[in-house]
Unconditional design. Structure first.
Length: 641
């Protein structure tokens, strides 16, 4: 393998993805319209403007409020946005007023960094204003730079490049193994593998195996030997999760960027909050205020103004440097997203070890960004769960979606530790996943092996929508030929199966009756309803929202896509597979890694709703069907509606 050729090819595929995503954004902006984008969570329409101010980092900001807080959205820290003026007709996009960058966001409120305070007046002058996610040029620029840097690398970066992409073997230190009484055998092996690694190590954590626990222990043990490490992940949510666990362990974390989950605990270890909490910050704030006032008065004839400005700016710079030195020197862990590791705040910084969580969800180019700062790299994740997101079909077909972790698992199996004991699922729910994805190496911990909600309950049910004779519920029409067939309402949202959605809720209602409504509430048994298709998710949410039956349980029920449930678990999972046609077409249900995620969210009960005739054309679903029949004594459709 030639590392340079591999990286050049990856750059070519990333260029295809860049062009595809840029075109999709342009099409969405010019053709789809803001109303449709708002439905997808990519725009807020009819916004109002709150206060404008300078944040602790001296950036101009504007507060944006939205009226409809029921709809989910995809705005998050660091994403570029564009503001639009509109006449109120949201069917088509309107005139762009200005652009900015999200600095903070929750359900109803967003803080956006803007180029200058004056642009806010354009929002006030607009009859109607909206904001939408903009195309993220910065992330692509940083990824292309990372590839270029790896191609032209010298020294340690070149060595790591040749290990990852070439035939160069990994090396280990000779250390006596440490014993961790609170970890199981495979977790202890994983921590020891990390400590011995001179170049790279991989913690492969299947669902429920305590990957985060192991990673936190590995970071903690590394900090006994190193003064500071860099911890990264693909998404803000993943960075939040690992940061919170490290803080709980008593480790001083400095989070670059703002969290996706907004609460005082999460905000307390962010760079901005720490910056404004520093003892020198009030003095710095006063100096910055004086600088702004002097600049506003530049039309006045004041010969001392320039000298005052120079003096104040020098003093402000000195204070900023001192505050930054204090913050970074005292932090044991610097945490950021992969693209956030290119932040100017980290300029010139090197780390003996860089840890990357959820590494299997990141494009190779993104994983290369923090590699320039690393003496060695530790990856944690599971390449048998969610893959990197790739929108260009051709780039995906040629391998853009193959993560750096997946490459290392294939080329350097000696540096990989598979965590094998899981603490989440009933053994029957776990076993199929273990057989298909993990060479049957997973085992259930004794205290979860037989966990269930009801005595003599079957842990997995598949309600087969193609077997209408055995679906015992009212109002089945005599002509059943098109019953439960899928529809395609929208290119972006994909497929929907309204009859299957209604059946799914009837099945769930039936199971709640079996458990008992009062018991469900008292024990707070939580329920996840998952579908691979966003259109089905939206329809299921509408059905639940208008159903009086589900109203008492609304806080216990989550409805989302597979991606939305990554990293989560529920007592009961109901999975609506949607696809139902005469040709056996299953679309992106062929991405079995997403099915692995969906099925392994369940602790005690997994209910699958789907057309077995359509799905069984694929060997995975055919084997799953046979597995469920086997563990259920050949009873397949077991729920009477």
């Amino acid at each position: 393998m030639n590392p340079i050729k591999i990286l050049n090819n990856h750059r070519r595929l990333l260029q295809l993805e860049y062009e595809e995503e840029k075109k999709a954004f342009s099409d969405a902006t010019n053709k789809i319209g803001l109303l449709k984008l708002a439905e997808r969570g990519e725009a807020w329409i009819g916004i109002s403007v709150g206060k404008t101010f300078y944040n602790s980092l001296n950036q101009r900001c504007v507060e944006i409020l939205r009226k409809n807080t029921d709809e989910e959205h995809h705005f998050e820290y660091g994403r570029p946005v564009a503001f639009f003026a509109s006449t109120g007709d949201y069917s088509s996009s309107s005139r762009v007023l200005f652009t900015g960058t999200v600095n903070f966001v929750d359900e109803a409120r967003m803080i956006v960094i803007i180029p200058e305070a004056a642009v806010v007046s354009r929002l006030a002058e607009a009859a109607e204003a909206s904001v939408m996610l903009s195309f993220d040029e910065t992330s692509y620029r940083v990824m292309f730079e990372a590839i270029e840097r790896a191609i032209n690398a010298k020294g340690r970066l070149a060595e790591l490049r040749d290990i990852i992409y070439g035939a160069k073997p990994t090396a280990e230190l000779h250390l006596s193994p440490l014993h961790f009484p609170y970890l199981n055998e495979s977790q202890s092996d994983g921590v020891n593998k990390v400590l011995r690694a001179k170049d790279v190590a991989v913690l492969h954590g299947p669902p429920g195996t305590g990957k985060t626990t192991t990673l936190v222990e590995a970071i903690n043990e590394t900090l006994r030997r190193e003064s500071q490490v860099l911890v990264c992940a693909q998404s803000n949510m993943a960075v939040d999760w690992i940061s919170e666990k490290l803080v709980d362990r008593g480790i001083n974390v400095l989070r670059i960027g703002n969290p996706s989950r907004v609460n005082d605990k999460m905000l307390s270890f962010t760079y901005e909050r720490r910056f404004e909490s520093h003892p020198d910050y009030p003095t710095l704030w006063a100096i910055r205020k004086n600088i702004r006032e002097l600049r506003k008065g530049r039309q006045k004839n004041n010969e001392n103004r320039h000298q005052k400005l120079d003096s104040l700016q020098r003093r402000a710079t000195e204070l900023e440097i001192r505050i930054n030195n204090d913050l970074f020197n005292s932090a044991h862990v610097i945490a950021s997203t992969l693209t956030g590791s290119a932040n100017r705040l980290l300029s010139g910084m090197k780390f003996s070890t860089v840890f990357i969580d959820e590494a299997a969800q990141a494009l190779q180019a993104a994983t290369l960004i923090p590699l320039r700062r690393a003496g060695r790299m530790i990856l944690a994740g599971d390449h048998c769960q969610l893959p990197p997101t790739v929108k260009c079909f051709e780039a995906q077909r040629q391998g853009l979606g193959k993560s750096l972790m997946e490459i290392l698992v294939a080329t350097h199996p000696d540096c990989v530790t598979l965590l094998t004991t899981q603490y989440r699922m009933n053994e029957s729910i776990m076993k199929f996943s273990s057989e298909w994805f993990y060479n049957n190496e997973m085992k259930a911990a004794p205290d979860v092996r037989f966990r269930s909600i009801l005595d003599f309950d079957k842990p997995i049910d598949w309600v087969d929508t193609s077997d209408t004779e055995n679906l015992r519920f009212a109002d089945i029409p005599e002509d059943k030929s098109k019953l439960f067939f899928e529809e395609k309402p929208d290119e972006k949202y994909g497929r929907i199966n309204k009859e299957e959605a209604e059946l799914s809720l009837e099945v769930l209602k039936n199971y709640i009756y079996k458990i008992g409504k009062q018991r469900l509430l008292e024990e707070r048994l939580d329920i996840g309803v998952i579908s691979p298709y966003r259109a089905q998710v939206k329809h299921l949410r509408k059905l639940v929202a208008k159903s009086p039956f589900f109203r008492p349980f609304i806080k216990l029920i989550s409805i989302n896509t597979v991606d939305g449930f990554q990293g989560q678990e529920r007592d009961i999972i109901l999975l609506s597979l949607v696809r139902s046609n005469e040709n056996g077409e299953i679309g992106f249900l062929r991405d079995l890694r997403r099915m692995n995620v969906a099925m392994t969210r369940a602790r005690m009960k997994l209910i699958i709703i789907g057309n077995a005739s359509t799905l069984s054309h694929h060997p995975f679903y055919d084997k799953l069907k046979k597995y469920i029949r086997r563990i259920n004594d050949n009873d397949f459709t077991v729920l009477n509606i």
